[in-house]
Every structure is written in structure tokens, then in C-alpha cells.
Design a protein around this ligand. Structure first.
Ligand code: FAD
Length: 442
């Protein structure tokens, strides 16, 4: 079986690794002339680190990133601590995998190097301009046609594979929010000579300030040598822009009146980009024939649950597992050895289509719930001053993500499925059920 993956982002590379681990030929087509990721941090929650452990990459993730020890929510105006949640061993104990923060470039490099080590071919400067869902095949800007058994569209929010799958262009809609992203060195922050900033830098923590219409997130990356700051606020980018060079003064003005410690950190930002945060209407389908979408190409989300990339990586791992099981167990080994004997090409293609539909079915409810959860968090995080905000702060004071730390049980019960479900075990069961159903049909 040969799988062509369009896009070498975090989701595409995870899919490449998962497919190679199953012995599937993989070619990744990436339009960028060099391997790249945004110069910012990323949180990898336990459902993401569980996949990395399955890939054998958790030690590298922990070496380049840091295991979060606590998550702190603060009030925007005075920085008052609303809740300190233990996140270290408590998280690992309950969900079987840690919560890690890492620089995106480091995360991307770990996945890229592993995909190469396992034998995936990654073609840079290969822009896909069209997809034939019948063959299937990808057409490149230079006129080359790349034929495969399966094509995976891991080409992000502006996906062109999505257009081929749906037969029409569906563009993402603005959510009304945008993000400024910045990273600093520890020295830059220490140079402020501020006790409160230093205290914050000492902690291996994700700190979030919550305020009306806005919130911010601050955490260490690169073993604490650097720090990542994300500022989220109402969108003011021009309607068709997705990313623009940010205006530093505008950014600083957006947070005047907020906690002085945060303002001091913001004063270190040398230059910044701003990103429009968009999402898609729920898609009718993620697959057509032997072409399927993953990650931001089919379920982009507001980043308010730190789950977008984790879900894309899960998608990739699930696709690899299902296609590998199809190849090994259904396109059966012949009696003389382990090589799969090819079914008639047409029935092999039908079975592949069915397995990709199984992938969609096993992922859609989970990713839709994640999108909805992020929208709910937006309401919760961005509450205006007043009575409801006071109630939120009171309840937040007793909330945690694990059962041990959540005295209200509201937050932990919402998170348990997202963070705790073993998606590979889950899709393995779905595959077994499907296999029984096709055997019954014979
Ligand atoms: C401010 C912010 C903070 C976030 N924080 C987190 C977090 O803490 N945790 C988390 O899990 N998620 C987070 N996310 C979400 C996460 O970044 C995305 O969900 C994730 O990166 C999507 O990965 P992807 O592989 O699906 O797509 P992408 O990363 O967009 O990759 C798509 C790739 O396809 C390539 N491509 C596009 N079109 C073509 C074409 N025609 N031909 C060939 N190649 C093509 C692109 O060049 C790119 O390399 C955050 C997002 C934002 C905006």
C-alpha cells in the first residue's frame, strides 16, 4: 500500500510515522521549500503524549520540552491567583501520560526526524494544486502527477484536498478572536530585575490571566531557557488576512490595566505576528473514495483547550493503525508467507474506502466535542466583570483537571474522555467489529 500525505505539519508527520510503523510506503508532499513550524510554544496534553509514547518518542519530547507541574489561573486586573492546579504526577497518574510544553520547532523536528528514520519520503517545495479522488492522485504545481492507494489531506486550514473531497470550496470563518504569539529568552525576562517576574519564571507552570474579551497564556519552553507568551483578544485583522505583522504598541495597549507583572513581561516583546483564529462549519464528510482529511483541514478549533495539534496527531496515528490493520489482516497474507496477496484492485479500493469511513466515524464526535469545548472555554475565560465572573472565579477556585484536584467534579468529568481515552485501542476495537461485519457479508 502506498499513502501520499499532503502537508508536513504536526498531523501529517504523525500520520507518516504511524503508516511507516505499519510497513506502508509513505510520500509526504509539502509545499514549503524547507521544513518549518511557527516560532512559538505548544502544549502537548496527555492524549498527545500518549501517542508520542506509542511512537517511542516520549523521552525525546521530555528531553526537549518540560513536564508541566502546575496550571495557574490569575485575575487579569491584579494578578490575584484564582486557582493553582497540580499538574505533574497527578496528571500522569490519572491519564497514564504527562502534560508537556515544548517549542513547536522542537516538536516538529522530533516528528520529522522520526518519519525520515522510518523511511518516509518527504518532498519539499511540492505544492499540490489538484486531487483526483477517483484514481486517487495528487497533481503538483510543476505538473507532476503522484499516484497512490490512499491520499491524506493534512494541509491545514486552507486545505485544497478538502475542496476535492467535498467537491466545493468551504472556507473557514473568523471566530472573532486573534492571537499574538511571542517567545523570549530567560535572560530577557531576568533583565527586568522584577521579583514577581522572577518568581513566575521559577515555576514550571502554565499561567493564564483571564479578563473580559481576552486572556493570555505564559509557559516555559526549551527546558526553561525560553518562555512562550500567547495573547488572545478580539480580532482586528483585515477580513481576508490570516496572519499579519503585529503592531507592538497596539498589542501593549490591548493589555493596559492588566496585572503589572504581565505588563512587564509584555514589555519585553520585540516584534510580533498576529493570527486570525478561524473555524469551519461542520463538514458533511472528511473522506471521498480513498482520500481523507485530518487535523486542521477538517476540524480546526479555537486553541482554548490546547487540543488542536493533539487531535491532528491522534488522527494521524489512527489512520496509520487502521490502514496497517487493513493491509495485514484483510488484504490477507497468502498461504506461503507474510506478503499480502492483493485482492482484485477494485475490492481492495472499496475496502480502503470503508476503512477511511471508519476513521471518520471514530474521530468526528471526539473532535466536534473538542471544538465545542473550546467555544465554551472562550465564554468562561472572557467573562466581563460582574456577578457571573465572581461566580466563575469562586467555582474555578475548587476546580482541577484530575479527580484528585477537582473538588467540584465539573471540570475533571468534562476532561476525562478527552485526556484519558486510548484512541488506538478504541479504533482497534472498531476495526475488529468492522472485520466481523465484512466476514459475515461474504
Ligand atoms: C495561537 C495558537 C495556539 C495553539 N496552541 C495549541 C496547543 O497548545 N496545543 C495544541 O495541541 N494545539 C494548539 N494549537 C492548534 C495547532 O497549532 C493546530 O491545530 C495544528 O498545528 C494543526 O496541524 P495540521 O498538521 O493539521 O496543520 P498545519 O500545521 O497547518 O500543517 C499543514 C501543512 O500543509 C502544508 N500545505 C498546505 N497546503 C499545501 C498544499 N497545497 N500542498 C502541499 N502542502 C501544503 C503547509 O505548508 C503545512 O506545512 C494552537 C493554535 C494557535 C493558532
Amino acid at each position: 500500500m502506498k499513502v501520499v500525505i499532503v502537508g508536513a505539519g504536526l498531523g501529517g508527520l504523525a500520520c507518516a510515522i504511524a503508516c511507516r510503523r505499519e510497513g506502508i510506503d509513505v510520500e509526504v508532499l509539502e509545499r514549503s521549500p524547507k521544513i518549518h513550524e511557527v516560532g512559538a510554544g505548544i502544549q502537548v496534553p496527555p492524549n498527545g503524549t500518549r501517542i508520542m509514547r506509542d511512537f517511542g518518542l516520549l523521552p525525546q519530547l521530555l528531553e526537549k520540552g518540560v513536564q508541566v507541574q502546575e496550571v495557574n489561573f490569575r485575575r487579569y486586573k491584579d494578578g490575584r491567583l484564582l486557582r493553582r492546579m497540580p499538574f505533574g504526577d497527578d496528571i500522569t497518574e490519572q491519564f497514564g501520560a504527562p502534560w508537556v510544553v515544548i517549542h513547536r520547532v522542537d516538536y516538529h523536528c522530533i516528528l520529522h526526524d522520526e518519519a525520515i528514520r522510518l523511511g518516509a519520503v518527504i518532498r519539499l517545495g511540492a505544492e499540490v494544486t489538484d486531487i483526483s479522488t477517483d484514481e486517487p492522485a495528487a497533481l503538483l504545481a510543476d505538473g507532476t502527477k503522484v499516484v497512490a492507494d490512499v491520499i491524506i489531506g493534512a494541509d491545514g486550514q486552507m486545505s485544497s484536498v478538502r475542496t476535492a473531497v467535498l467537491g466545493a470550496s468551504v472556507s473557514s470563518n473568523p471566530t472573532g478572536d486573534m492571537a499574538y504569539r511571542a517567545t523570549f529568552s530567560r535572560e530577557q525576562l531576568e533583565a527586568l530585575g522584577d521579583d514577581d517576574v522572577n518568581e513566575l519564571c521559577k515555576r514550571i507552570a502554565v499561567t493564564s490571566w483571564l479578563g473580559p474579551d481576552k486572556h493570555t497564556i505564559f509557559y516555559p519552553v526549551r527546558g526553561g531557557k525560553e518562555f512562550n507568551l500567547v495573547l488572545l483578544r478580539p480580532d482586528n485583522l483585515s477580513s481576508d488576512a490570516r496572519k499579519e505583522q503585529g503592531d507592538i504598541d497596539e498589542m501593549r495597549e490591548s493589555y493596559i490595566g492588566w496585572d503589572e507583572t504581565l505588563q512587564k513581561i509584555i514589555s519585553c516583546v520585540p516584534s510580533v505576528y498576529k493570527w486570525k483564529l478561524t473555524h469551519l462549519p461542520e463538514l458533511e464528510s472528511w473522506t471521498k473514495n480513498s482520500v481523507a482529511l485530518l487535523g486542521d483541514a477538517c476540524h480546526p478549533t479555537l486553541p482554548y483547550q490546547a487540543q488542536g495539534a493533539a487531535m491532528a496527531v491522534e488522527d494521524g496515528a489512527v489512520i496509520g493503525k487502521l490502514l496497517g490493520s487493513l493491509q495485514a489482516q484483510v488484504l490477507e497474507p497468502d498461504s506461503s508467507g507474510n506478503e499480502p496477496s492483493r485482492l482484485a484492485a477494485s475490492s481492495a479500493q472499496n475496502l480502503t474506502t470503508e476503512v477511511l469511513a471508519l476513521y471518520e466515524k471514530s474521530r468526528k464526535t471526539r473532535t466536534t466535542r473538542n471544538i465545542q469545548g473550546a467555544v465554551k472555554n472562550r465564554k468562561l475565560f472572557h467573562m466581563p466583570d460582574g456577578f457571573l465572573q465572581k461566580i466563575r472565579d469562586f467555582v474555578l477556585g475548587f476546580a482541577g483537571v484530575t479527580r484528585k484536584s477537582d473538588w467540584t467534579y465539573i471540570s475533571s468529568s468534562k476532561q476525562s474522555d478527552t485526556l484519558g481515552l486510548d484512541v488506538l485501542e478504541d479504533c482497534g476495537k472498531a476495526f475488529e467489529d468492522w472485520k466481523v461485519s465484512i466476514e459475515l457479508e461474504k
